[in-house]
Design a protein around this ligand. Structure first.
Ligand code: PLP
Length: 381
């Protein structure tokens, strides 16, 4: 059976060019980047080239980029690193109710360490309430962490406006841009971002490598102690091949961004038109304008999202209900609940995330199988 992949928010296939770029760094250029001979210098140079490339895409400086093992680590380093380093200034942190668990559970940990955390609500379209942010922030607030684009509903937050409010109070602004980086143009200067998390496997790079941008002069402490790698902020021998892969992946993503996004938007539009005509009992979740072009999140009223996912899987179609990280758990999506959906509708949601290899034919097949599956599931009730 052919696999048709519609779960690009969970992870993506490594692009061929990315794999090729990484290949020499396994068996030939395997030197430790800290070593003082050619093999070592080659690794060091390769890492620095990627540092320059990532910085350029973000409009940052190379020494503001720190490589990590994944998006979750970048979020942990950002939140714990900033909170612990700025404790003398205050103990209040603000985030939102729709963050990824990498941020939410890190905040829970910081609460155990004595920090106070405010979890902002979102409106029915999936955007944080700027008035609530203004009312929550105070002179005791050291850090605000709001995600750039949501992993379940794809909504893109008003990042620049948020940063402006945060900086009025001299607090530090972090954004989890794991879904956005590679899909959306990001300029950290123009947008006022102080820290930004990214992860290569979400934009056709390899798993196990991410990065954190930290604006110069933002105080943060390392979580992992050891050698002097990453300017003493992240000990451990660098994942050279992974970093090279991240570099190639962002180069490709940046170069093809407009073209890719145009294609994804067209496919999404095509899907939505078909589904609206063929299936009456649906609800599209989240704003459709300020949203990642490849994200579709719909509730099929009266049926369970996880049952739809499993039924589609029988036909080789990969989708998800809620986020991948929580799909083993029986709870409805915390994101959809935060938007005010009732439990039943939240549990009936399906996430379809399109990617660059998807075609119109894939969508036709999806619509056909989806229609049949929903009919079957409704009969089973
Ligand atoms: C995937 C994801 C993460 C976690 O990244 P990993 O590299 O899988 O650890 C964090 N935040 C968001 C928004 C994500 O989509």
């Amino acid at each position: 059976m052919k696999t048709i992949y519609f779960d690009h928010a969970a992870t993506t296939a490594v692009a061929r060019e990315v794999k090729e770029a990484m290949d020499p760094y396994f068996c030939e250029n395997y030197g430790n980047a800290s070593s003082l001979y050619d093999l070592g210098y080659k690794s060091k140079e390769a890492i620095n080239e990627v540092r320059i490339k990532v910085a350029k895409v973000l409009n940052a400086k190379p020494n503001e980029i720190y490589f990590t093992s994944c998006g979750s680590e970048s979020d942990n380093l950002a939140l714990k690193g900033v909170a612990r380093a700025n404790r003398q200034k205050g103990n209040h942190i603000i985030t939102s109710k729709i963050e990824h668990p990498a941020v939410l559970n890190t905040c829970k940990q910081l609460e155990k360490e004595g920090f106070k955390v405010t979890y902002l609500n979102v409106n029915k379209n999936g955007f944080v309430d700027l008035e609530e942010l203004k009312n929550s922030i105070n002179s005791n607030t050291i850090l605000v962490s709001i995600m750039f684009a949501n992993n379940e509903i794809g909504t893109i937050q008003p990042i620049k406006q948020i940063a402006n409010i945060v900086h009025k109070y001299n607090a530090i602004f972090h954004t989890d841009a794991v879904q956005a980086f590679g899909n959306v143009k990001i300029d950290v200067q123009e947008m006022g971002i102080d820290l930004l998390s990214m992860s290569a496997h979400k934009f056709y790079g390899p798993k196990g490598v991410g990065a954190l941008y930290v604006r110069k002069n933002v105080n943060f402490v390392q979580l992992q102690n050891g050698g002097h790698q990453e300017n003493d902020k992240r000990a451990g021998t660098e994942n050279v091949a992974g970093i090279v892969g991240l570099g190639k992946a962002i180069e490709l993503a940046d170069k093809n961004m407009e073209e890719n996004n145009k294609k994804l938007l067209e496919l999404r539009q095509y899907f939505l038109e078909q589904i609206k005509n063929k299936m009456p009992y649906i609800r599209i979740n989240g704003d459709l304008n300020n949203r990642l072009p490849g994200n579709i999140n719909i509730s099929f009223l009266y049926v369970n999202g996880k049952d739809i996912v499993k039924m589609l899987a029988n036909y080789g179609i990969c989708t998800s209900s809620g986020s991948a990280c929580s799909s083993g758990l029986p709870q409805p999506s915390h994101v959809l609940l935060a938007m005010g959906l009732n439990e039943g509708i939240a549990k009936s949601s399906l996430r379809i995330t399109l990617g660059k290899e998807n075609t119109k034919e894939d969508i036709d097949y999806l619509v056909k199988v989806l229609e049949e599956s929903i009919k079957k599931l409704m009969l089973q009730m």
